[in-house]
Design a protein. Structure first.
Length: 255
């Protein structure tokens, strides 16, 4: 297992995109910071890491899509299987590296928030100032990053499932971004119209993606119709379901 983890780590750090990602993430967050420079919701943008965690999710969809589908597209999966490393260990090693990379991106988003906040607002809006939930601005930022990291696991599971089903990395990336973001919009539309009359709709997987939004803005409950605790339970449940489904598809996929 250690050898497989080393191989996956080696593959990740030797991708050109891995080295460009921090620059892209920082520039995207900086752009959001400039647009929100005079916004009355400046503190919300700070605790939301200037949308850095959302950009991290898009990056993770791409990483998930390429990690598995490209192995089949270029036939390198044959090398791993021939060495009798077992598909269970292969999948677990890939999943482990993906989760670690996800944590790394969220740490970057947190770290980049500090200088961007200073560039945009200087000493205004102290991190020690009281904000939501009776906590400081810094505590809210940390909690937001942690909540978003937890919420991103269900997206990783769904992206891995789509990656195992797709025939190429390009298809996996396109379908992942389309299904997840359009699905979230469709879910919100349905909940606004019939969510209260059909309670089961509240538990659709796309609604779970709204957990970070509701954490940063409690009034978002009117859109999700679920409490933070219920959204957490849903995220954990769907994460397990999608990851297991992705593994079963990966195990049965023809080489």
């Amino acid at each position: 297992m250690r050898e497989l983890l080393s191989e996956e780590f080696y593959k990740l750090i030797h991708k050109k995109g891995t080295w460009y990602t921090p620059i892209i993430l920082f520039m995207a967050m900086l752009a959001v910071g400039f647009m929100a420079r005079h916004s009355p919701d400046a503190q919300w943008y700070i605790t939301a890491a200037f949308a850095g965690t959302e950009w991290a999710i898009i990056i993770m969809i791409v990483v998930c899509a390429t990690t598995i589908s490209m192995e089949y597209e270029y036939g390198t999966i044959k090398h791993l299987v021939i060495e009798d490393k077992g598909k269970v260990r292969i999948f677990l090693s890939k999943f482990s590296i993906i989760i670690l990379y996800d944590a790394y991106l969220h740490l970057l988003a947190f770290g980049f928030t500090l200088p961007i906040k200073w560039l945009m607002y200087g000493g205004k809006y102290s991190f020690s100032a009281n904000y939501e939930y009776g906590q400081s601005l810094m505590s809210n930022l940390i909690n937001e990053c942690l909540i978003d990291f937890l919420g991103s696991i269900v997206i990783i599971g769904a992206a891995l499932l789509l990656s195992c089903a797709a025939k190429s990395a390009a298809v996996a990336i396109a379908s992942g971004i389309t299904v997840i973001f359009i699905g979230q919009g469709v879910s919100m539309m349905l909940l606004r119209n019939v969510g209260r009359s059909i309670p089961l709709l509240r538990w659709n997987p796309f609604n779970m993606l709204n957990m970070p939004n509701e954490w940063s803005n409690p009034a978002y409950y009117e859109n999700t119709l679920l409490t933070i605790k219920q959204l957490m339970i849903g995220n954990i449940g769907y994460s397990i379901l999608f990851i297991l489904a992705a593994f079963l598809m990966f195990e049965r996929k023809r080489i």
